[in-house]
Design a protein around this ligand. Structure first.
Ligand SMILES: Nc1ncnc2c1ncn2[C@@H]1O[C@H](COP(=O)(O)OP(=O)(O)OP(=O)(O)O)[C@@H](O)[C@H]1O
Ligand SMILES: [Mg+2]
Length: 317
């Protein structure tokens, strides 16, 4: 079995609650909190699990919040490997104001990793008995060394495994500078920030995405375009995948569901085109679920079958 490992450098213990009305100074009485695992790579592993696959979630964990996070994942049946660290795993807070149904998402900085902990994380990755796909997703905590990302990608490359990256800013830039990535999954704004271009038409979008591939920075770029679906660019092709129209409950988890689905399909031996379509189906399936719930398998499979049928019928993309 092809093995998938996800790496989350800024994992989170997500707590969700609600209040009647948000107002300053007053005591805001909250409803009973609900806790859920959070962080890019962790959610990618959860999405893969939802879709019937399996991925090992590797992440640093510290303090009681780190233990709580690992417990929540164990209860969901997600295989985990944690690296114990000194700093406490961050807690993020999601508050719904009942009067307006507005959601406020308080995202704290990720727990700092010391230099020794960063080295231990790389050693843990190198020691994994199985590694075919490494998905790195999410932001970096403070204190990460400038050469951490290149060393990480070097470790993956030496193992003969493929790296998939869903991140932005410096991480994305450093990873692309290292080169040799298999797949990156920026959204349009992340690609704009990376390229410094406005990207306001589809020719420009294709040009920027293919430019990265042709420069040898990665084998494929999958740009997610929200309700517009995604663009896949490789050396051989560039194709638009139009997302199905679905009833929107919450956009939270769309990107992680997409990345999980793409990785799972690739690990099962599919090509990039098919994997990207499955990813779009999973992203759209995540839109159909409330709150932070990820894609459901039945929705994903139904939307994927619908996308395939639409293409077989020759509908324009
Ligand atoms: N309104 C929508 N309707 C249908 N599908 C959607 C919608 N929004 C997003 N999607 C699906 O989810 C995928 C990923 O969405 P998006 O481009 O918003 O990712 P993202 O910006 O990385 O999201 P995230 O905020 O989760 O990181 C899209 O490619 C598409 O398939
Ligand atoms: Mg995203």
């Amino acid at each position: 079995m092809t093995s998938i490992v996800t790496l989350t450098l800024s994992p989170a213990l997500d707590s969700a609650t609600s209040i009647a009305r948000l107002c300053p100074d007053a005591k805001l009485r909250c409803s009973e909190p609900r806790y859920a695992p959070g962080g890019g790579g962790i959610n990618v592993a959860r999405a893969i699990h939802q879709l019937g696959g399996s991925a090992l979630a590797l992440f640093p964990a510290g303090g009681p919040t780190g233990l709580h996070l690992a417990d929540l994942l164990a209860a969901e049946g997600i295989p985990c490997q944690t690296l114990p660290i000194d700093a406490w795993t961050r807690e993020c807070l999601n508050v719904v104001e009942q009067a307006s149904a507005q959601q406020y998402r308080f995202v704290l900085p990720g727990a700092r990793l010391s230099e020794a902990e960063q080295a231990q994380l790389l050693a843990a990755l190198d020691d994994l008995p199985e590694l075919d796909y490494l998905v790195v997703s999410g932001s970096l905590p403070a204190g990460i060394a400038a050469d951490f990302i290149p060393r990480l990608l070097q470790t993956v490359a030496q193992r003969g495994a493929r790296s998939i990256l869903d991140s932005s800013g410096d991480v994305l830039r450093q990873a692309l500078d290292f080169g040799g990535l298999y797949l990156i999954k920026p959204n349009l704004n992340e690609l704009r920030a990376l390229s410094g271009e406005d990207i306001d038409d589809s020719d420009q979008l294709i040009g920027v995405a293919r430019g990265l591939v042709e420069a040898g920075k990665c084998a494929a770029v999958l740009v997610s375009l929200g309700p517009q679906g995604a663009l896949l660019a490789t050396r051989e092709l560039s194709e638009r995948i139009i997302a199905p129209t679905v009833r929107k409950l919450s956009t939270v988890g769309a990107g992680d569901s997409l990345v999980g689905a793409v990785t799972l399909k690739l690990a099962l031996g599919a090509g990039l085109s098919e994997a990207a379509r499955y990813g779009v189906a999973a992203g759209s399936a995540a839109i159909m679920t409330a709150g932070s719930e990820l894609c459901r398998r039945a929705d994903t499979d139904r939307l994927f079958a619908w996308l395939q049928a639409r293409e077989a019928a020759g509908a324009p993309d």
